[in-house]
Design a protein around this ligand. Sequence first.
Ligand SMILES: C[S@@+](CC[C@H](N)C(=O)[O-])C[C@H]1O[C@@H](n2cnc3c(N)ncnc32)[C@H](O)[C@@H]1O
Length: 223
Amino acid sequence: MAADTECGEYFIREIEKNDGRVLKLKQCYKGDVGCVVWDAAIVLAKYLETKHFSNPASSGGSAWAGRSVLELGAGTGLVGLMAATLGADVTVTDLEDLQSLLKVNIHDNQALISSGSITAKVLKWGEDVSDCLTPPHYVLMADCIYYEQSIVPLVESLKVLAGPETCIICCYEQRTEGINPQVEKQFFELLHQHFSCEEVPLDKQDPEFSSPDIHILHIQRKV
Ligand SMILES: C[S@@+](CC[C@H](N)C(=O)[O-])C[C@H]1O[C@@H](n2cnc3c(N)ncnc32)[C@H](O)[C@@H]1O
């Protein structure tokens, strides 16, 4: 299949996996925030490879094998692609405008995916999610808490998409400038009404790809 982006010129970001293979993500010079790989996505992608997710039952195999994963606001698709290379069955979602970039990046990294799978879909927060109603094992989101208008719809979507057993893993960069602290505060106030959160300490994250201002949370529906 010939695959091309609609964003014109692009450049490639390489992310090396622990097994030495390299994910190659096309990013666009021009376009909205989803067209580039954000640091929170790298931190989350590398966290998925840590021993927290190794499966003792399969002599060190990955706990991602056969798990269903839904990624929200996937942008270039790095996080979902990492999960798929680890054996998960992944749906990466974002707005319509990001679909061609997501599909190109899936196409370009397909050779790294053997037992897992990955597809791209449109999912706009707060809108119809009837396509994704079976609760996944995991919802992943990187750098999705940044936009005031989307806080309420994002939490609404999490409420519809996450079942009682779903683990939401949210990675975000804490920003101190402008409206960002207020947006984060608003998100967590709303989230805590329906979900409980536990922060992953830095020493449980990838030793190289982690940072004190980038947080990883495990989030679960309150019972
Ligand atoms: C800062 S980017 C992060 C992209 C990617 N997760 C990463 O970390 O590299 C935020 C992403 O959220 C998506 N997004 C923003 N508002 C959205 C909405 N209402 N519904 C779905 N996706 C949305 C954007 O298109 C963008 O891809």
